[in-house]
Design a protein around this ligand. Structure first.
Ligand code: PLP
Length: 397
């Protein structure tokens, strides 16, 4: 057996996520690898180990145990394969390019919320607004999806343009990160998205198109058609497995590592739903590692309510159907704004509307003894138009 660096190994392109999930699940549950991956003398993975190799790659190990000719029995933990080394990237935060910049911002902080912690249980928040481009959780997938295209040679390599439907954050993330690849971006926003988003896109040199629909299958098909016509790459965060993978490999693993470092076992994790990328990956990761000790709660806008970045499950989500979400909680826009104000005034944290929705959802749940983790996707500044309207309508400020 030899421990090879993962980048030394050659394999076929990644199979669809559905084909790899059960292998990833098995590895996460065991927390170890019990057999080598068989390779030839040029480090090509043999066909029967392709799924296992990609499972390890998605989990982000640094080393792969390989053998030539035949398999060998081994007993190596994920830690021994450098599972957490991804997360110790750049302590001093000196960055040569945008790829290094985003990783230098990870792990995003995990902070205890005084205003919500009670004698029943502590409440911690993961501050995704401390990502560098869109100041949101969507930087992670924007970065990962673009890199994935080049690494795995997906789509037409002659395209110089990226088209994507977004509710702002993925749009900003793609517009910024595409500079590393000399790609132009065109972002499609639903008409309900706040006006300042158009100006952000112009600031970052991106085209912007307003569409009459919400982020529905119809809107996504419109982007698909336009991209085919113009030889552009349609990134499609709603179906692109790199979305789920980015959150499995980074967001979930980070959170687990942070909680282990303080000896906290999470009892509940609350996430806002949009594409379902981060909630699904977090559920998949934590339930495989800790089973139903951890409840995962999905938060969606109540019927006919608009909360930027969030969607209802029935509008079409991919990965949520592969995982267990213990409860779905509906919140209204006003409840989300009240949640945001509570954290801003109580804890001094400038969280966004979907984060406020997560706080509102927590208030609808019963207390638990174990820690609750709230994932806060972004900050308030992009939504200031909505907050001003709210203050005017309620005459509170
Ligand atoms: N909150 C905000 C502000 C978002 O922009 C998004 C996604 O666009 C979400 C929550 C939902 O995240 P996900 O797409 O991972 O479900």
């Amino acid at each position: 057996m030899k421990l090879a660096l993962i980048e030394e190994i050659k394999s076929t392109p990644r199979p669809p996520i559905e084909e790899i999930l059960s292998e990833i699940s098995r590895i996460l549950q065991l927390n170890k690898i019990t057999e080598t991956i068989q390779v030839d003398e040029r480090f090509n993975v043999c066909s029967r180990d392709i799924v296992k190799f990609h499972a390890l790659k998605i989990l982000g190990v640094r080393y792969v145990p390989v053998s030539y000719g035949s398999k060998e029995k081994i007993d190596l933990t994920l830690e021994e394969l450098g599972f957490y080394e991804d997360l110790q990237f750049n302590y001093l935060r000196v960055c040569r390019d945008l790829n290094e910049l985003i990783k230098a911002c990870w792990p995003t902080p995990l902070v205890r919320l005084n205003s919500l912690s009670t004698s029943f249980g502590e409440v911690w928040a993961k501050l995704e607004y401390l990502n560098p481009f869109s100041n949101s959780i969507k930087d992670r997938i924007g970065w990962y999806m673009i890199n994935d295209i080049f690494e795995n040679k997906l789509g037409s390599t002659t395209s110089e343009k990226i088209y994507e439907a977004s509710s702002t954050n993925t749009g900003i993330a793609l517009a910024c990160i595409s500079k590393n690849f000399n790609l132009k971006t065109r972002i499609y926003f639903p008409k309900t998205v706040q006006r300042c988003s158009d100006f952000y896109m112009r600031l970052f040199g991106s085209d912007v198109v307003r569409v009459p629909e919400e982020l529905t299958i119809q809107a996504i098909n419109r982007v698909k058609q336009d991209s085919l016509k113009d030889n552009a790459l349609h990134i499609n965060q709603f179906e692109n497995d790199a979305n789920f993978i980015a959150h499995l490999r980074f967001t979930s693993k980070e959170l687990d590592y942070q909680l282990r470092s303080i000896g906290v076992r999470p009892g509940r994790i609350v996430c806002a739903l949009g594409t379902s990328g981060h909630a699904s990956a977090i559920s998949f990761y934590f339930k495989n590692r800790y089973q139903d000790e951890v409840e995962v709660i999905g938060v969606q806008p109540a019927r006919d309510e608009f909360i930027p970045g969030m969607r209802r499950v029935e509008t079409g989500m991919k990965w949520i159907h592969y995982v267990k979400i213990d409860k779905l909680i509906d919140v209204s826009k006003d409840e989300a704004i009240k949640g945001l104000i509570k954290i801003a005034s109580g804890d001094g944290l400038p969280i966004g509307l979907s984060s406020g929705g997560v706080v509102a959802a927590l208030e609808k749940l019963s207390n638990i003894n174990n820690a609750t983790i709230l994932v806060f996707p972004d900050h308030v500044y992009k939504y200031i138009e909505i907050i001003i309207d709210y203050f005017h309508s309620t005459n509170t400020h």
